[in-house]
Design a protein around this ligand. Sequence first.
Ligand code: SAM
Ligand code: SF4
Length: 377
Amino acid sequence: MSSLYIHIPFCHYKCSYCDFHFSVNKKSKDKVIDAIIKEIIERQDYLQSKELDTIYFGGGTPSVLSIEEWVKIFHHLSNIYTWNKNTEITVECNPEDVNIGYLLVLKNLGVNRISLGVQSLNDKVLAWMGRKHKVAHALKSIKDIQQAGIENFSIDLIFGIPFYDMKNLEKDIYFLLNQFNIPHISAYQLTVEPKTKLNYLVRKKKISFANEDKVRNEFLMLHDTLNNKGYLHYEVSNYAKEGYIAKHNSAYWLQKTYCGIGPSAHSYNGIERRWNVSNNYVYANSISEGKIYYEKEILNANQKFNEYVFTRLRTTFGCNLNEIKVNFGEKYAKHFLDAYSKNKAYFEVDEKNQKYYLSPSNGYLMADKISLNFFVV
Ligand SMILES: C[S@@+](CC[C@H](N)C(=O)[O-])C[C@H]1O[C@@H](n2cnc3c(N)ncnc32)[C@H](O)[C@@H]1O
Ligand code: SF4
């Protein structure tokens, strides 16, 4: 499997909760895009195949790019790689950037999946998050995506907002599902990240943060509601209608190889993990001067096993005993079974496929803590 990730490190504004790598100063945009293109060309042999299964443009905000910039990037990609109608090509978009003309250009270039940052269906919550779009924009963008004929799309939502009642969140979800046929939903629990405005407000005690019970109840409500509406809860934060599981993110969760381009992007080739510098100027200058712009780490067997357990337990793909024996050996398989017998209560087992996976409701809620019990240290 060949997957390419391209990070577009610019945003129009800074949301109160977000610590992804981006800059709101777009002065270096041309330089960074040139560097991204240079990295695409220079690293063309990183993946084993030139036939791509997935391409994902994430950010930051990829929809800050102009049509000319998209055409330029796709021109260079197509000089190196090939893709076909089964290749999943996703672009993350913010609602305020989307209109039918823009979407049709993306579609003509080959983009067949949009991930839209809806975040909330309440204008007060959106303003509190520092978003510049209103609910009406987001709903219009969903219509535009459908009208442009991009039937595969996903929306991002955030739950666990301190002052927003679960009853309202539940009403919002029903409204959305009754209004639109949405193939994929990512629902993230709000986390307080360092160096964000939200973190500052929590530290200064200007916000009392959502308590554990509220977060848990909202997670379970989303699980039940979406499950009843026919969505598979296939990863802690991800729900898909049949046939719409995200191929690109699944490649990460299934330990496939991927090449990450752009500042802060990560790559994995089965042996080493490498990550580009999270600074637009250092990235662009280093690339143009031929200097090293990344760090890397060769993974040992314990690290690979721990990553396997950590990512698999967050998904319905689960841990496969046979796969553990083949890829890591009997010693790790025994270690896995010992840890499993101590944590059985949270698991579901598919004996036929030798698959051990957390129950997508209560088990997922504990995924991070449970995986620690499986780690080899
Ligand atoms: C790369 S970001 C955003 C892409 C796009 N710029 C947007 O805002 O829609 C991907 C998603 O991560 C989620 N996210 C970012 N920071 C978060 C946080 N602290 N807590 C919960 N979700 C977060 C948001 O839902 C966001 O849409
Ligand atoms: S959530 Fe999206 S728009 Fe907001 S700061 Fe993060 S990347 Fe930028």
